[in-house]
Write a protein of this length. Structure first.
Lengths: 500, 510
């Protein structure tokens, strides 16, 4: 631990997030009738930025234990390592962006206070998920993320779309939680342990079949959380119906939370050698899911008429790319750590560009300009700065240089090729080309098309400062992560390599 | 650090102008664009490097800073200039202020965005010519497309959206092909290169370090890479039959964008062909010499014939660019000192001349609101200065001695007539020379019917001389064309210095 601080300091980011949530409740109690949510936004943003600062500090100070390795806490149920910190940085950044943006989005909501604490508690759950080293903690943390998320999706109580989306999300989520939990119980039955390292070393004589079913069920849980095939169909509904800041939060942070489970649990509890020898080849399962997910997401996105729905499907497509991180792995593969690290770096970049894109939609909803591509026509005339930011997000999501999405995708595909998965990388590249079509439709609508009528732009009557700040910050990050990609990918690769 | 400073000036300038009010965006952008220009003159005056940057020559104003690492190879911020890139660098900084001036009259909406994009494009163009690391170069290369897409799509003519998307799709698809081609080379080099620095890769290929990749033998990898890169760059140049995006883009683009498109963006293609295909894979180039020379000659003749058939002045100039780029390809493929040197010189010369032509046609269009040959006559009556410069520029296009175009084409023909690497070189050269006759034919006939004779044009307003800030850039360009024609050595000497190593094959540490 850094300079003799107690080991629990390693949990600082999660603790800060939890205390921020409590502080938000306190603020609401002190000023229950306050019509302004400024104080909530300020407290929430500072809290999440403090958590981000804590993760950066812990990472930069050379690991969290004296020898630079992981810190194990609470009878090995918690493991803080660079992987966890990396993901926590993603969660904290997205949370900060979303909380700031929500200030303007919920400006006339009757009760905005609960939103802030729910997002922060969900983020706490994610931070806990990142450090979970036992399947029990994984499940509890997963539910801690899910329960606030259901409420958040249905947060606009008067809006039928929002409520319906929340209901669907809740039903699919409850089902997949049950499946995931049942999978955990089967794994426990086969191995007699919930701690990841003990599962890996347990003897599974004659119980490989039980373990296999358990692993498949756990894959289902991961697929739900990351919005991957076959548990993806809630995502377009939920993202479309939810308030846009919530869609941003779910599609960026919550998705990354699903991936941290996949990355840590599968590599640590079911190491590659054991998976192959016990015939529980989860890598192959993920490879198929990755291929189907990215293709389905991209082609479905290409035929959408509403921007938010297109972004929802594009988010499914990106889940497919990130799944390469757990798919393109082989026993003694030369680039196992590289490929997973590249997927982590992609998730970080994605956290900024995708959150930014959804927050731009939030801005459009705040203005009330409509939902389809046609409704976005000519917005650049009245809002050039925000539209520039949106163009940056779109080109970056498509993987076009000179934006960070280019490097994160290139490194991912390159690592997959190095590990012998040329077909997966090739499929990813083809999907990226397809994606340029629908992403550029947004840019075309914003910048090239003329507004449908001369009064169509009059909807842009306010300049929501906080929303602007969040969108611009995300855009600047998306651009600056290109020159600054070096430290990101190095940290991610080092963190991922430690798992193999 | 001066290269970085000039690029940063353009970048920061772009942001500043983008956020500035429309009223003074044009003037501000012009003032900012003078900074890179003055800076590049300073670079030029202090330029002393010799040899080719890729082949072990001295690199002027070089900076190399490690950026990141991918697959065991380092990517760095590596910029620098040699005798081939410096003239193109100067050409860019010279054309951008003039193009900005030429926008003052026609661009009347969303000015700050327009000028911001122009400066953003300049910054990336400078990056393309200065970058010596593949990834850095590729980032700049792609980043040029984005502002051009917007410039055509927002401020273009009636079919601007179609033209912008066609341009974007064509050139992006081409980039992908080229990227794959180059990457296969890097993979085939395996552990013999430790970075994506272009000099290191070029020298490793020359040293015969290409290995097998996925079971494909080295010479086949090189051939596939050559073809993929050639096709990728051919779209950009453009070479027949990949030229169809060009007339659309040119005709729809606003004048200042056309100036940069013809003046600099097309040169990115030929520059990249020279740097990648002909410098790195000379063997494959000489194996394919006959087909490439044939394509070059076809581009020359076919482009000129297409120009002959056009009625739109801008289309005529656009197609004649296809023709002129054919000469450049011919110059490259013959692999002689004068051929490659002349091709590079022709890039600069054509940049100036086509810039002048597009600008002059734009000035006439501002006044008449038509570009159709049949719609107007006797423009010389009303706009004597503009027309005078346009005629002079057209003669430059036809290769009038003492103008830059003559020098470029002359060098190319001298180089190609006696080319040992290209069989039947005299035949190809003679055929290409015939292209000049067609150029003279269509330019003279178009000018005859629009510029001279009694004035004829139906308007409800008086057509008068153009404003000073419209004519001034034309005059400056004409002066530059004549200076370069009278004293080609101000560039040609350094170009030849950098071209000789390409011809001689690689001399490592030479």
């Amino acid at each position: 631990m850094v300079n003799g601080l107690p080991a629990v300091t390693a949990l600082l980011p999660a603790l800060i997030l939890a205390f921020t949530g409590l502080a938000l409740l306190l603020v609401d109690t002190v000023r229950p009738d306050a019509r302004s949510n400024t104080s909530m936004a300020v407290v929430g943003a500072f809290g999440s930025l403090a958590a981000l600062a804590a993760t950066v500090w812990l990472t930069a100070s050379g690991g969290v234990s004296p020898d630079g390795g992981a810190v194990l806490l609470f009878a090995d149920a918690i493991k803080v390592d660079t992987l966890a910190l990396f993901f926590t940085a993603i969660f904290a950044s997205v949370t900060a962006l979303v909380l700031v943006a929500a200030h303007d989005y919920f400006h006339d909501h009757a009760n905005p206070a609960a939103f802030y604490s729910l997002v922060t508690f969900a983020a706490t759950g994610m931070a806990l998920l990142a450090v979970a080293n036992s399947l029990a903690v994984v499940f509890v943390a997963l539910e801690m993320v899910s329960l606030p998320s259901y409420v958040l999706v249905a947060y606009l109580k008067q809006d039928r779309g929002s409520v319906e989306a929340g209901m669907k999300y809740f039903l699919v989520g409850a089902l997949s939680s049950a499946i995931f939990l049942f999978g955990i119980s089967l794994v426990y039955a086969a191995t007699g342990s919930l701690i990841l390292a003990d599962i890996a070393s347990a003897s599974i004589e004659g119980l490989a079949g039980v373990l296999g079913v358990g692993v498949v069920m756990m894959i289902g849980g991961v697929a739900f959380k990351t919005a991957s095939v076959p548990f993806h169909f809630w995502a377009p509904e939920a993202y479309e119906g939810a308030p846009a800041p919530v869609s941003a939060f779910l599609s960026s942070a919550s998705k990354a939370a699903g991936f941290v489970v996949a990355f840590r649990v599968f590599t640590e509890a079911f190491p590659l050698e054991m998976a192959v020898s016990a015939n529980v080849d989860w890598m192959l399962a993920f490879a198929i899911l990755a291929a189907v997910t990215m293709t389905l997401g991209n082609f479905a996105a290409a035929v959408q008429e509403e921007v938010k729905r297109m972004l929802a499907y594009s988010s499914i497509g990106h889940a497919g790319y990130a799944l390469i991180g757990v798919a393109a792995l082989t026993v003694d593969g030369p680039a196992n750590g590289t490929v997973m690290g590249a997927a982590m770096a992609h998730l970080l970049v994605y956290g900024f560009m995708n959150t930014g894109a959804f927050l731009f939609v939030a801005m459009a909803e705040r203005w009330g300009v409509g939902r389809t591509f046609e409704d976005y026509a000519g917005l650049a005339r009245r809002a050039p700065v925000a539209s520039t930011a949106m163009a940056v997000f779109m080109f970056s999501l498509a993987g076009l240089p000179p934006f960070a999405g280019f490097f994160s995708k290139y490194f991912l595909f390159q690592a997959a090729i190095d590990n012998g998965f040329l077909w997966l990388a090739g499929l990813g590249a083809i999907n990226s080309v397809v994606s340029l079509y629908y992403y550029s439709r947004v840019v075309k609508a914003l910048w090239l098309d003329d507004p449908e009528s001369s009064s169509a732009l009059d909807a842009i009557d306010v300049r929501p400062t906080a929303l602007y700040a969040a969108v611009i910050f995300a855009a600047v990050a998306t651009v600056l992560l290109l020159p600054g990609f070096g430290p990101v990918i190095e940290t991610a690769e080092a963190a991922a390599s430690a798992l193999f | 650090m001066i290269l970085e400073a000039l690029m940063a000036a353009a970048f920061v300038g772009a942001l500043t102008v983008f956020l500035a009010p429309d009223e003074w965006a044009g003037r501000l952008a012009f003032a900012i664009s003078l900074i890179p220009f003055v800076g590049s003159l300073y670079l030029w005056s202090g330029f002393e490097a010799g040899g080719n940057a890729l082949l072990g020559g001295e690199i002027a104003y070089a900076t190399q800073i490690e950026w990141l690492e991918v697959g065991g190879r380092s990517v760095s911020w590596f910029v620098g200039l040699d005798g081939i890139s410096l003239p193109l660098f100067v050409l860019t900084t010279f054309l951008v202020p003039l193009a900005i001036l030429s926008a003052w009259t026609p661009v009347d909406a969303r000015q700050s965005q327009f000028y911001g994009l122009m400066l953003f494009m300049e910054a990336n163009l400078l990056g393309v010519f200065a970058a010596l690391d593949f990834f850095l170069w590729f980032v700049f290369w792609e980043a040029v497309l984005v502002p051009m897409y917007f410039l055509i799509g927002i401020w273009g003519g009636p079919r601007r959206k179609y033209a912008a998307i066609k341009f974007f799709v064509y050139t992006n698809a081409a980039s992908l092909l080229m990227f794959i081609g180059f990457m296969s080379l890097v993979f085939a080099l395996g552990d013999s290169v430790s970075s994506f620095a272009l000099p290191e890769i070029a020298q490793a290929i020359a040293a015969g370090d290409l290995g097998t990749w996925f079971g494909i033998p080295p010479d086949r990898v090189a051939m596939v890479a050559f073809l993929a890169m050639f096709l990728g760059f051919a779209v950009k140049v453009p070479i027949v039959p990949f030229h169809t995006w060009l007339p659309d883009a040119h005709v729809q683009a606003p004048t200042p964008a056309s100036v940069l498109l013809a003046g600099v963006l097309l040169k990115m293609g030929t520059y990249a062909l020279l740097r990648f295909n002909f410098t790195m894979l000379p063997e494959q180039a000489s194996m394919l010499a006959i087909p490439i020379a044939a394509i070059a000659v076809i581009s020359v003749i076919y482009g000129a014939m297409l120009a002959l058939a056009q009625k739109d002045l801008k289309r005529i100039v656009a197609y004649s660019s296809v023709s002129s780029m054919g000469y450049v390809i011919l110059g490259l493929v013959v692999f002689t000192e004068y051929g490659i040197g002349g091709a590079t010189f022709q890039m600069v010369a054509h940049g100036l001349i086509s810039g002048l032509m597009f600008m002059a046609v734009g000035v006439i269009y501002n006044a008449t609101h038509t570009r159709m040959v049949g719609d107007m006559a006797g423009m010389a009556d009303r706009m004597p200065v503009t027309v005078g410069i346009l005629v002079a520029g057209a003669f430059g296009y036809m290769g009038l001695p003492l103008m830059a175009g003559f020098a470029g084409e002359f060098f190319i023909f001298v180089g190609s007539l006696s080319a040992p690497a290209l069989p039947y070189a005299p035949v190809f050269t003679a055929l290409a020379m015939f292209g000049i006759v067609i150029v003279a034919g269509y330019l003279l006939s178009a000018m005859q019917s629009t510029l001279f004779g009694p004035f004829e044009l139906e308007t409800d307003y008086e057509v008068g001389p153009a404003a000073f800030h419209d004519v001034a850039p034309l005059a400056v360009l004409l002066v530059a064309i004549i200076v370069l024609g009278v004293a080609p050595d101000i560039f040609f000497e350094m170009i030849r210095d950098a071209a000789v190593p390409v011809v001689e094959g690689v001399t490592i540490d030479g």
